[in-house]
Design a protein around this ligand. Structure first.
Ligand code: C5P
Length: 202
C-alpha cells in the first residue's frame, strides 16, 4: 500500500500520545513517538555522554529505557533538542519511518513543519498550560512519582518556552494543520475529531 503520513504536533502533555496511538490503531498505521528519540539522547547526556555523539549512535535499545518518562529526562530532552546537530542526526530515521509502506503516524513538535512538510494529514493538538500540567501531574502520581502540581506546571512552561523559542525547528503549528484544542474535551471526543480530520484527507 501507498505511504500515508499523519503528522501530529503540539506542546507537552496536550494528548498527542493518546491521540496518535488511537489514530494509528484506527487506520492500521505504524506509530513513532519522536519525543522518545530526544528523550533517549537526553538520558545519555545525563550519564555524561556528548549529546551529538549520542544522537548519531542511537540504537533501538535506547528507546526501551524505562527512565525516559521521568521529569529529569524530559527537561534534558528539550535541552538537547535545541542542538541542530542532534536534530539533523535524527532526521533520516524519522523521514524513512514516515514513508514506510502502509502508513505512519509521527508525533512531536516539528513533524508537520520540518520533518514531513508534505504529510498527507497534519494535526496540531494543544490545551491550556494548566490543563496539560494537571494531566501530566495525574500521570506522574499514578506512576508513584513524588512531585506537586506547581513543579509540574513550571516544568511544562519551561519546556514549552524552550521548544517554542529555539532557532532550529521550533514548536509551531503548520499553516495547513487542523487545530484540536483538547482543554475542554474528553479523550474520546479528541480522538474522534482527530480520526475524522485524517479521514477527510484519505
Ligand atoms: O513529546 P515529548 O514530551 O516526549 O518530547 C520531549 C522533548 O523532546 C520536547 O520537550 C522537545 O524539546 C523535544 N522534541 C522535539 N521535537 C520533536 C519531539 C520532541 O524537539 N519532534
Amino acid at each position: 500500500t501507498q505511504p500515508f503520513t499523519v503528522a501530529i504536533d503540539g506542546p507537552a502533555a496536550a494528548g498527542k500520545g493518546t491521540i496518535s496511538k488511537a489514530v494509528a490503531a484506527h487506520f492500521g498505521f505504524a506509530h513513532l513517538d519522536t519525543g522518545l528519540l530526544y528523550r533517549a539522547v537526553g538520558a545519555r547526556m545525563l550519564t555524561g555522554e556528548d549529546p551529538i555523539r549520542a544522537a548519531q549512535n542511537l540504537v533501538a535499545e535506547d528507546l526501551d529505557n524505562p527512565d525516559l518518562r521521568s521529569a529529569d529526562v524530559a527537561q534534558a530532552a528539550s535541552k538537547v533538542a535545541v542542538i541542530p546537530e542532534v536534530r539533523s542526526a535524527l532526521l533520516d530515521f524519522q523521514r524513512a519511518f514516515a514513508r514506510r509502506a502502509g502508513g505512519a503516524v509521527l508525533d512531536g513538535r516539528d513533524i508537520g513543519t520540518v520533518i514531513c512538510p508534505q504529510a498527507e494529514a497534519k494535526l496540531f493538538v494543544t490545551a491550556s498550560a494548566e490543563v496539560r500540567a494537571q494531566r501530566r501531574f495525574a500521570e506522574l502520581q499514578e506512576r508513584g512519582a513524588d512531585t506537586d502540581f506547581d513543579t509540574v506546571l513550571a516544568d511544562v512552561n519551561a519546556r514549552d518556552a524552550r521548544d517554542s523559542s529555539r532557532a532550529d525547528a521550533p514548536l509551531a503549528q503548520a499553516e495547513d494543520a487542523v487545530l484540536i484544542d483538547t482543554s475542554d474535551m474528553t479523550i474520546d471526543a479528541a480522538v474522534a475529531q482527530a480520526i475524522s480530520a485524517v479521514e477527510a484527507r484519505r
